[in-house]
Design a protein around this ligand. Structure first.
Ligand code: ADP
Ligand code: TRP
Length: 324
């Protein structure tokens, strides 16, 4: 049995990049009967960058509603808020004491963020240790993540090995990152990687009018309507092809190459494809966001299951440290 674990921060509504790059592949993995999945909302990590209770709450609901809108099976798997299984913060302390300071100082993500943010807090610095605790607390062996998180996974594995070695017992499973190289790098409306931090994302759950506006704002060049266009350098086409069938993609490619087909036409086609493809998740998402007690109930069930696993692991950890 593989134990798969991954978390998504509650820093906004998940966008098309998060959905295609992380949520849908994770849900696919969770369907395999040899896998048990723990998917959680990393709302403690969120606090490193957000200090707004209403925003954190709303984003937490939106992340939860997204998983459920795409039919994540919460009965077979474990679905929870990180902050509701606070045992993870106790483990974080223990792991802090097994984490070499220079390892954290060398983290790309810390160096990157600390050069850009005004709020460079200690939580941001020890972020990878909390992430290691997320993983080690539940004996997860496979952790699906994007490339940007691979270094954090290497740190989690290093911390686990150091702990096991120093305490003379294999308390922790050594986790491995699962990076699917086929996983798409979804471009944003400006052609850079789609990201909350670049504010270039498509929120597929927006009301129709607003969604249309976002799609229309995708940056294109100024090739006149009648001229042939290169689909491969066009942001609209590059997003379209991630959602469309092979046939639809080939037709769109031919339209670009033939000329007489404007970027406005391509944007309308993309907008309609989003509506068509995400018809059901959009309805489900709205329903859940208006009935958050359902989210609360689903999460509470997962939190009880996660808490049980966490307590077992902590007993073992306390024992080897000498706190029993
Ligand atoms: P953001 O850059 O918007 O803040 P996160 O860093 O919170 O996104 O990423 C959450 C998950 O979504 C990660 O697994 C990440 O690899 C994936 N992801 C984020 N943006 C994209 C994208 N543009 N294309 C593919 N996957 C993405
Ligand atoms: N740091 C991850 C991100 O921003 C989120 C995360 C927190 C995570 N804890 C985790 C991912 C544990 C995988 C496993 O994307």
């Amino acid at each position: 049995m593989n134990r798969i674990l991954t978390g998504i921060q509650s820093t906004n509504v998940p966008h098309l990049g998060n959905i295609l790059g992380a949520i849908l592949p994770a849900i696919e993995l969770s369907k395999n009967k040899n896998n048990e999945s723990l998917f959680f909302i990393a709302d403690l990590h969120t606090l490193t960058s957000v200090k707004d209770a209403a925003f954190i709450k709303q984003s937490t609901n939106a992340v939860a509603a997204t998983w459920l809108a795409f039919n994540f099976d919460t009965e077979k798997n474990i679905f929870y808020r990180q902050s509701r299984v606070p045992q993870v913060t106790e483990l974080t302390w223990y792991l802090n004491c097994f984490t070499p300071f220079p390892m954290l100082a060398n983290a790309h993500s810390y160096k990157d963020k600390s050069s850009k943010l005004s709020d460079v807090n200690a939580g941001l610095f020890t972020y990878p240790v909390l992430m290691a605790a997320d993983i080690l607390l539940y004996d997860a062996n496979h952790v699906p993540v994007g490339k940007d998180q691979v270094q954090h996974l290497e740190m989690a594995a290093d911390i686990a090995k150091t702990f096991n070695y120093k305490m003379g017992k294999d308390v922790f499973v050594i986790p491995e990152a699962m990076v699917d190289n086929r996983v798409m790098n979804v471009p944003g409306i400006d052609g850079q990687k789609m990201s909350k931090s670049y504010n270039n994302f498509i929120n597929i759950f927006l009301p129709e009018k607003e969604l249309k506006k976002v799609v229309q704002s995708i940056v294109t060049d100024s090739t006149p309507l009648e001229d042939p266009k290169n689909p491969d350098t066009c942001n609209v086409f590059n997003i379209y092809k991630l959602l469309a069938s092979t046939n639809e993609t080939e037709t769109m490619r031919a339209n670009y190459l033939n000329g007489g087909f404007g970027f406005g036409h391509a944007k309308t086609a993309l907008y309609e494809l989003i509506l068509q493809q995400y018809k059901e998740p959009r309805i489900k998402f709205d329903y859940l966001m208006n009935n958050t007690s359902i989210l609360e109930k689903e999460l509470a069930i997962g939190e009880a299951k996660a808490s049980q696993l966490a307590n077992q692991k902590l007993l073992e950890v306390r024992e080897v440290i000498g706190y029993n």
